[in-house]
Design a protein around this ligand. Structure first.
Ligand code: FAD
Length: 552
């Protein structure tokens, strides 16, 4: 290993990881880190929780000071130092800092400059004060404003991850909080039905969510007036822009590096850019989706850290350790509730050319006979031909992360829904059920693929109800459940009394069955199919049906 000079631009997730990995790989390398901000290696994912007071100590989000990091890794850390240009021929980075301009030479360069904020074209935005939630300084100024000015309300433009987390923080601070989201539903990366569950929880917690409308104009007039495309105007004391990020490619473009089809910096699977002596990692680069084999943008901390690690190692060794790509696993929480996803949504799977289908399942996170269980709503997407799992999304209070992480592992390992059916998972009543949610999803999907499940999706059921008259619907729940709410025109025959009441079902016509979440409907389905009826069971039961009905 030689004493080559490694320069890393950007000192947070990907950059700090890259420099640390480079040092762990070589004691001889001469490593410098350049960061235009005041802080390095801070926990940006923790900022909303610090702002809202859940994380009390500011020091907790500062994972390292330049001194502690520099000392531990023997890295020359330069904060308040911006890389303004790269001279690839001379292998130099041009710098700007309070001390003036300078330059630093490199043998290998790693660009880890993150993303840049999307500022939507809102009239008046340039003349109206707004907050963002991206840096330690951002969190400091939000906290200071709340302490000094005692605002009563906040409007958050953007209902993605950071918008949702900021809304929770503002609610914690006692502010009347509104989220404005231009898309029909918050969290656009999730299936709408799963995002809707989260949004309903957020609304029930006291946050107002305006969906399908965009902020067309903002103006400061004492307080801040936010005009929405719906014609409504909201008066607020604080305005937040949480409208997402795009890859920061300014330096790379200026240096003539290849920019990929998605707008992120192009790299190969060793994180090398189009210049073999320059690597790049994190939100600034585009990534390979492992399922579709297409390039995507995915500004998340996990990929940024692992790409940084890969770039750090390869830059020191000229090695070919590979970053295999991403599948898109993420989670967002609000209070006690959360929503998570991995892999492809059904729509993305179709877009990618898969002949895909899905099942809805809903079951308790732990054994239902054990105190304190919560339900998890799960949508599992798979390829029809092979049963290969393509994606999943879930919502609920507890145990969602565990199920989505298992499915992420299953997708990475190329498992099918037949494997899910037989996944052997840890079970004791307080941790899971003997037939876990994931097994149930495997049962439902495998039965469907084997041609024994005769599933109909809520979406298909709604279409039939819209098009056809006199649809034969049977609710196989108890009388009590039926009385509390049912699909219009459904008759009630409790599953345990089905055989005694066959005369109430017209055998010459299809019969559509449902229960609460799909399980009793499936038992009824098998009884009727074995007796020669053309029966179908609504996947996810009336719970899924009612959710989908709200959307369609
Ligand atoms: P960054 O972490 O943004 O670091 C880039 C650094 O480069 C910045 O400090 C910047 O100042 C510096 N820089 C830029 N240009 C220059 C230059 N020319 N010269 C010198 N320095 C420069 N992801 C998750 O997976 N889960 C979460 O829960 C989650 N929560 C988040 C919450 C918040 C509030 C935010 C802001 C992000 C969150 N993320 C989350 C996203 C995650 O933090 C990012 O994906 C990750 O930090 C990207 O790492 P990066 O190193 O590419 O960029």
């Amino acid at each position: 290993m030689d004493n080559r000079k490694i320069v890393v631009i950007g000192g947070v997730a990907a950059g700090a990881t890259a420099a640390a990995k480079a040092r762990r790989t070589s004691e001889d390398a001469d490593i410098s880190l350049l960061e235009k901000g005041k802080y390095i290696s801070f926990a940006n994912c923790g900022l909303p929780y610090y702002t809202g007071g859940t994380i009390e100590s500011r020091n907790k989000i500062l994972l390292h000071t330049p001194k502690s990091y520099g000392g531990r890794f023997n890295v020359d850390v330069n904060v308040n130092t911006e890389a303004v240009d790269i001279d690839r021929k001379a292998k130099k980075v041009l710098l700007s800092s309070k001390e003036g301009e300078g330059e630093i030479e490199y043998d290998r360069l790693i660009i880890a400059v993150g993303g840049k904020m999307i500022i939507p074209p809102i009239e008046g935005i340039d003349n109206t004060p707004y907050f963002t939630m991206r840096t330690v300084e951002d969190a400091d100024s939000v906290k200071e404003f709340i302490e000094k000015s005692k605002p009563k309300s906040a409007v958050i433009i953007g209902g993605g991850f950071i918008g949702v987390e900021t809304a929770e923080a503002m609610l914690h601070c006692g502010l009347e909080t509104t989220i404005v989201e231009a898309k029909p539903e918050i969290m656009p990366n999730l299936p709408q039905v799963v995002a809707m569950n989260l949004r309903e929880y957020i609304e029930n917690s006291g946050v107002s969510v305006k969906r399908g409308v965009f902020a067309s104009k903002v103006e400061k007039d004492g307080g801040i007036k936010v005009s929405l495309s719906s014609g409504e105007t909201i008066e607020t004391d604080m305005l937040f822009l949480c409208t997402g990020v795009l890859p920061n490619t300014d330096l790379a473009e200026k240096a003539g590096l290849r920019i990929g089809e998605t707008g992120g910096i192009w790299t190969d699977d060793t994180m090398r850019t189009s210049d073999p002596e320059i690597y790049a990692a994190g939100d600034a680069v585009e990534k390979l989706n492992r399922i579709t084999r297409k390039k995507v943008l995915l500004p998340l901390a996990g990929p940024a850290n692992r790409e940084g690690r890969t770039a750090g190692y390869n830059s020191v060794t000229d090695g070919d350790v590979k970053f295999p790509g991403v599948i898109g696993t993420s989670i967002v929480g609000f209070g006690e509730y959360c929503a998570a996803c991995t892999g492809l949504t059904y729509e993305k799977a179709l877009e990618a050319g898969y002949d895909a289908e899905y099942v809805y399942t809903e079951d308790a996170d732990i054994s239902e006979y054990y105190p304190g269980f919560n339900f998890i709503f799960l949508k599992t997407v798979y390829e029809k031909k092979t049963g290969k799992i393509l994606g999943a999304a879930a919502s609920g209070k507890t145990g969602v992360d565990k199920r989505i992480d298992c499915i992420a592992t299953a997708i990475t390992g190329g498992l099918t829904v037949y494997d899910l059916e037989h996944l052997e998972l840890a079970y004791a009543p307080q941790f899971a059920a003997a037939k876990d949610n994931l097994n149930l999803a495997g049962f439902a999907a495998s039965n469907r693929l084997r041609g024994t499940g005769y599933i109909i999706t809520p979406e298909e059921m709604l279409e039939i109800l819209r098009k056809e008259k006199d649809t034969q619907l049977v609710d196989v729940r108890t009388k009590m459940e039926y009385r509390h709410g049912r699909i219009d025109d459904a008759v009630n025959i409790y599953v345990n009394e089905l055989r005694k009441n066959l005369d109430k079902i017209d055998k010459s016509r299809p019969v559509y069955l449902y229960c609460a979440v799909g399980f009793r409907g499936y038992i009824a389905l098998r009884t009727l199919r074995n007796l020669g009826y053309e029966a179908y069971n609504i996947t996810g039961g009336i719970e899924a049906f009612n959710r989908i009905k709200k959307i369609l």
